[in-house]
Design a protein around this ligand. Structure first.
Ligand code: PMV
Length: 321
């Protein structure tokens, strides 16, 4: 069975998770988060189960590394155990259509697509489609155990993740995400380590206290479709997350001089109708209602920057192909 799922961009960041040894509790966040599922960027995952022992895993057309093979196998075992079935042989072939290491959350779309494709392979298309419609929280919970933010890619539009699973907010607002890719180098510290280091920042408790009000304000801005209200909240949250990474142990600065230069130039504009957010890397996501490529071209030129640009927008949840 083949499933397609898109990554999501967090408007309010998941940064910090509980320590646990129980697989059911893996990737339980310390704060609620909110995201928008994208559309053009996607992972396409094919899963087949066999009653014979052979197991093959292709990731982006290459045999998976040992570490990735363990993650995929553990995840298929999770889905099988959830359905009360033994895991025997399988074939997985998963590919992304977007650049790697570009600040587009590939683990979110990868584990959402893998979860949905595995459910499809185990249950058959019709029963799996019914399961997705009637048990969305189970699907989100399963994806979360593969990679935290994957639980926000199991449906489309705006997703709010509290504790164990994410739920869609029924808000239809076709926002754009223009991604400026300054570097595709691998993160110096992966997000799994970053989540654990977050609590060592002396600023972390204050962030947790501010989040409920920020979440409330963001949801209100989304419901009102008011970008002037939403934008500053996005920016504050991203900058706060990066302040946490810089003040934790070990301190990590994910930003590049290019990131800071663009942010400073954008902030100096007398008026703008695009706002930035930044995940655990140096690349910028510019959120807007309209096409902003002509607005940002002179800024990039004046700074001598030539990032690769990926234009994406509000999208739908996973589907079978
Ligand atoms: O799901 P993870 O472990 O890759 O963590 C995602 C962390 C951020 O992308 C920085 C924030 C978020 O909420 O997606």
């Amino acid at each position: 069975m083949i499933a397609r799922a898109s990554p999501n961009i967090a408007f309010l960041k998941y940064w910090g998770k509980r320590t646990t040894t129980r697989d059911e509790d893996r990737n339980t966040p310390l704060n609620p988060s909110l995201s928008m599922t994208l559309s053009k960027a996607a992972t396409t995952a094919s899963v087949e189960f066999f009653s014979t022992p052979e197991r093959t895993i292709l990731l982006n057309s290459r045999p998976a590394s040992e570490a990735d093979a363990v993650k995929v196998t553990e995840h298929l075992a999770r889905v099988s155990a959830f359905l009360g079935r033994p895991l025997e042989g399988f074939h997985v072939d998963s590919s992304n259509n977007f650049p790697q290491g570009a600040g587009i959350a590939s683990s979110a779309s990868a584990f959402a697509a893998l979860t949905v494709a595995a459910l499809g392979a185990a249950l058959g298309r019709a029963q799996a489609q019914d399961f997705l419609a009637t048990h969305p929280l189970d699907v989100s919970r399963l994806a979360r155990r593969g990679s935290g933010s994957a639980c926000r890619s199991t449906d489309g539009g705006f997703m709010r993740w509290d504790e164990d699973a994410a739920r869609p907010l029924s808000i239809d607002w076709k926002l754009r995400d223009t991604i400026l890719i300054f570097s595709k180098a691998h993160k110096s510290v992966p997000s799994s380590a970053g989540h654990l280091a977050a609590t060592t920042s002396p600023d972390f408790p204050a962030r947790l206290e501010r989040i409920p009000a920020r979440l409330h304000a963001m949801e209100a801005a989304l419901r009102a479709r008011d970008l002037k209200l939403l934008g500053p909240l996005l920016e504050v949250d991203a900058l706060e997350m990066h302040a946490i990474t810089r003040t934790g142990r070990p301190p990590v600065d994910y930003l590049l001089p290019e990131t800071r230069a663009f942010v400073a130039a954008a902030e100096a504009l007398p008026r703008r109708d695009f706002y930035f957010t930044i995940d655990a890397g140096p690349n910028l996501h510019l959120i807007s209602e309209r096409d902003i490529t002509d607005d940002i071209a002179p800024i990039l030129e004046s700074l001598g920057l030539k990032p690769e640009i990926w234009e994406d927008h509000y999208g739908e949840g996973p589907r079978f192909l």
